[in-house]
Design a protein. Structure first.
Length: 208
C-alpha cells in the first residue's frame, strides 16, 4: 500500500514539475512588419510629378546591433534589450528597403524604382543610398530614426543632395505594436523628405 502511495506521489510531483517547466516556455512569439504609407499620404506634396522618373534604391545598410530577428529597444544610455518573444517577420534591412520603395513609388507616382543590387547596365535618373545609424526606441516613450542618405544623379557621378536626418515619434501605447507603428511613421517622414528633394530637382531640370 505504501509503495502505491509513493508511486502516486511521485507521478503527481513529476506532473507538477512538467507544468512548471511548461509555464516557463509557453509564451507565444509575436512577429511584426513595418508598413508602407497609404496612397492618400502623398497629399500635400508638389503637384509636379512625372511617372517617367527612375530611381535606384540602395544600398540600404543597418548597424550590426539591429541585424537580428529580435526587436531591439533601449534600456538606458549604454544598454539595449532584445525582445525574445517579439521579433521581425523578415530581416529588418529588407523590410526597411521594401517600405521605402513603396513609399517613394507613391510619393513620386512612379513604378520605376529598382532595389540594389541591379544590373550594371540599368540607367537611373537618381540613385539613393542610405546608412541607418539608429532605428530603435524606448518602450512606452519614443522611437528614434537617424539615417545618413545621399542622392546622386548621372549614374552616381554627381552628388545632388546628402544629409543626416533624424526623426522621433512618441509612442501611442506601451506595446511592441505601438513601437513598430511609430517606426513606420518615421519611415513615412523620411520618404517625404527624400521625395521633396527629388521633386525639387526635377522641377529645376524642367525649367532649364
Amino acid at each position: 500500500m505504501n509503495r502505491i502511495i509513493r508511486s502516486v506521489g511521485l507521478c503527481i510531483a513529476c506532473v507538477g514539475v512538467l507544468n512548471v517547466l511548461g509555464c516557463g516556455t509557453s509564451q507565444p512569439s509575436h512577429f511584426y512588419l513595418l508598413r508602407a504609407m497609404s496612397p492618400a499620404s502623398d497629399a500635400g506634396l508638389s503637384e509636379t510629378k512625372a511617372s517617367s522618373r527612375s530611381l535606384g534604391l540602395g544600398p540600404v545598410t543597418l548597424p550590426k546591433y539591429l541585424d537580428r530577428p529580435q526587436i531591439v529597444t533601449k534600456a538606458g544610455a549604454h544598454e539595449v534589450e532584445l525582445a525574445e518573444f517579439h521579433k521581425w517577420a523578415e530581416p529588418l534591412q529588407e523590410n526597411v528597403a521594401d517600405v521605402l520603395q513603396e513609399n517613394l513609388s507613391i510619393l513620386l507616382s512612379t513604378d520605376r524604382i529598382v532595389q540594389y543590387p541591379w544590373k550594371q547596365s540599368n540607367p537611373f535618373d537618381y540613385q539613393l543610398s542610405l546608412e541607418v545609424l539608429q532605428f530603435d526606441g524606448i518602450k512606452s516613450q519614443e522611437a528614434v530614426l537617424k539615417v545618413r542618405w545621399m542622392l546622386t544623379g548621372e549614374d552616381g557621378a554627381k552628388v545632388i543632395h546628402q544629409k543626416t536626418s533624424q526623426f522621433s515619434e512618441i509612442l501611442r501605447g506601451p506595446d511592441y505594436e505601438d513601437l513598430v507603428e511609430a517606426m513606420s511613421r518615421m519611415l513615412d517622414s523620411l520618404s517625404k523628405e527624400i521625395a521633396n528633394v527629388i521633386m525639387a530637382g526635377s522641377t529645376t531640370k524642367s525649367m532649364k
